[in-house]
Design a protein around this ligand. Structure first.
Ligand code: NAD
Length: 468
């Protein structure tokens, strides 16, 4: 663990409040529907009151243009919370299930109960969304929550640290700033649910800490998302969609297409089409474009520069450390073992790799850890099915990128190296709820059948009953 001077001192760490929150949860404070709805309304009010400040913070932390920021960090948060407000009553309703003859007379149902005290650890790339959506889910499900903001987006973190608690029940929510050290101190504490967004490497540490208390964890991690382009895909629109997904937020997006696999004869024409798309989006000098973001800090800037050393830069490549600017960059002619083909890039660089047969492209993906998202560009239904059924990934989008995130009925989450569990829509509520099984029996009929001593007749009858 690195020592971070900005991390919390002993004096600032809210140990006493944490212990009080733990005690309150253990004493079983009821959190009725009205309380939950009030918390969600409070979060909506936070967004409404601070929208302009949120946009400013995103501009300061990430150079994010207001349109993109409004879409992803404000509108998405708002629509997720509104969906919860509309549906919470229904989600909380006990769900009856069939009670077999052997448990009759009786009634069986599933009842959602809160885990208790949730810990939410956020990443920096969508600093509001990654805190506010899980927090809304935690409160909608009736939990208390401790939120640890990311130190890497300090303006966004500071805004939430100063104001968020005033919009929710301060007896149920603690908002903490700080870095890895604060996170580690929190992870030593007993929580009933952990929701983590971040790197796979840190996800392992979080899961190990969760294991000590057998705390269930949702891990929203990163990874390398392939964009596989088949030979029949129309170049212009394919390139435009991939470039949009790769260069949004200067590539600092967990679901960005991380590398592109193209049929060898189309590799250079596709790169040409990418060039046209980039110019159309950001003009001849993307540095002057208000729609193109910046790298979050010097550490990430240096990491990205190192990834640009191998291969041939086909588009972009210009950098300016003082401005934390890296141009939208496409790299090709890479050695098979290039670091950029192994590590998650998380920046505005797209490596393009050629393949001869589609099998080669599929094997390339399968050889790597399971991606968060897989993008396939083809009109060939058989190939679509082969990829959907044959390659494991958190999600698949055919002929586009990212749009799975705005379909509220779809769970969003990874598998294996890219995470476990999911959220969005009612899955966010589910992530913070325990589906409790309940059976209520009548005390009247009490057949002797199941009680010892057993006889051959009881044995036959029991088998018959249990098969109904
Ligand atoms: P990170 O793992 O470095 O940090 C995430 C959180 O963990 C922060 O709050 C940080 O303070 C804390 N942390 C960092 N190091 C720690 C340590 N050693 N011990 C305990 N806590 C520690 O991730 P990041 O750099 O903030 O975010 C980028 C990563 O997040 C990328 O890999 C990206 O793909 C992923 N991500 C995933 C999703 C998703 O929904 N799947 C969304 C956004 C980002």
């Amino acid at each position: 663990m690195q020592n971070n001077p900005n991390d919390m001192s002993d004096a600032a760490f809210p140990q006493t409040r944490l212990e009080a929150l733990r005690r309150a949860v253990d004493e079983g404070i009821p959190r009725p529907l009205s309380w939950r709805l009030a918390q969600l309304e409070g979060l909506l009010r936070f967004v409404a009151d601070h929208e302009a400040a949120m946009l400013d913070a995103l501009q300061a932390d990430l150079g994010r243009c207001p349109t993109e920021a409004r879409l992803v960090d404000i509108l998405m948060v708002r629509s997720e919370i509104q969906l919860m407000l509309r549906n919470l009553r229904k989600w909380l309703r006990p769900r009856r299930v069939h009670t077999p003859l052997a448990a009759q007379p009786g009634t069986s149902w599933i009842q959602q109960e809160p885990f208790g005290l949730a810990l939410i650890l956020g990443a920096w790339n969508y600093p509001f969304q990654q805190i506010l959506i899980p927090l809304a889910g935690a409160l909608a499900a009736g939990n208390a929550a401790v939120v640890k903001l990311s130190e890497v987006a300090p303006q966004s973190a500071s805004l939430m640290a100063r104001h968020l608690e005033q919009y929710v029940d301060p007896q149920a929510v603690i908002v903490i700033e700080g870095g890895p050290e604060s996170a580690s101190r929190l992870l030593a504490f007993r929580f009933d649910k952990i929701f983590f967004t971040g790197q796979s490497r840190v996800g392992r540490l979080v899961l190990a800490a969760a294991a000590a208390n057998l705390t269930p964890a949702t891990l929203e991690l990163g990874g390398k998302n392939p964009a596989i382009v088949a030979v029949d895909s129309p170049l212009e629109v394919t390139a435009r969609r991939i470039a949009w997904g790769r260069f949004m937020n200067a590539g600092q997006l967990c679901v960005a297409p991380d590398y592109l696999l193209a049929p060898e004869p189309l590799r250079l024409p596709l790169i040409e089409a990418l060039k046209q798309a980039i110019t159309r989006f950001y003009g001849p000098d993307p540095r002057r474009s208000e729609s193109f973001g910046r790298i979050v800090n010097r550490r990430h800037f240096a990491r990205l520069l190192a990834l640009m050393r191998e291969g041939r830069i086909a588009i972009g490549g210009q950098t300016d450390e003082d401005d934390l600017y890296i141009a939208p960059t496409v790299i090709t002619d890479l050695p098979g073992d290039a670091a950029i083909l192994e590590e998650e890039i998380f920046g505005p660089i797209l490596p393009v790799v050629g393949y001869t047969e589609i099998e080669e492209a599929l094997a390339f993906v399968r050889k790597r850890p399971k991606p968060l998202a897989l993008y396939l560009f083809t009109g060939d239904r058989r190939l679509q099915q082969r990829v959907i059924q044959g390659i494991s990934s958190g999600s698949v989008v055919v002929n586009d990128v990212l749009v799975n995130q705005i379909v509220p009925g779809l769970p969003f989450g990874g598998i294996g190296n890219s995470g476990m569990g999911s959220f969005h829509g009612h899955y966010t509520f589910d992530a913070f709820s325990h589906a409790k099984a309940v059976v209520r029996r009548s005390m009247h009929a009490d057949l002797d059948l199941r009680y010892p001593p057993f006889t051959a007749l009881k044995d036959r009858l029991l088998q018959w009953l249990l098969s109904r």
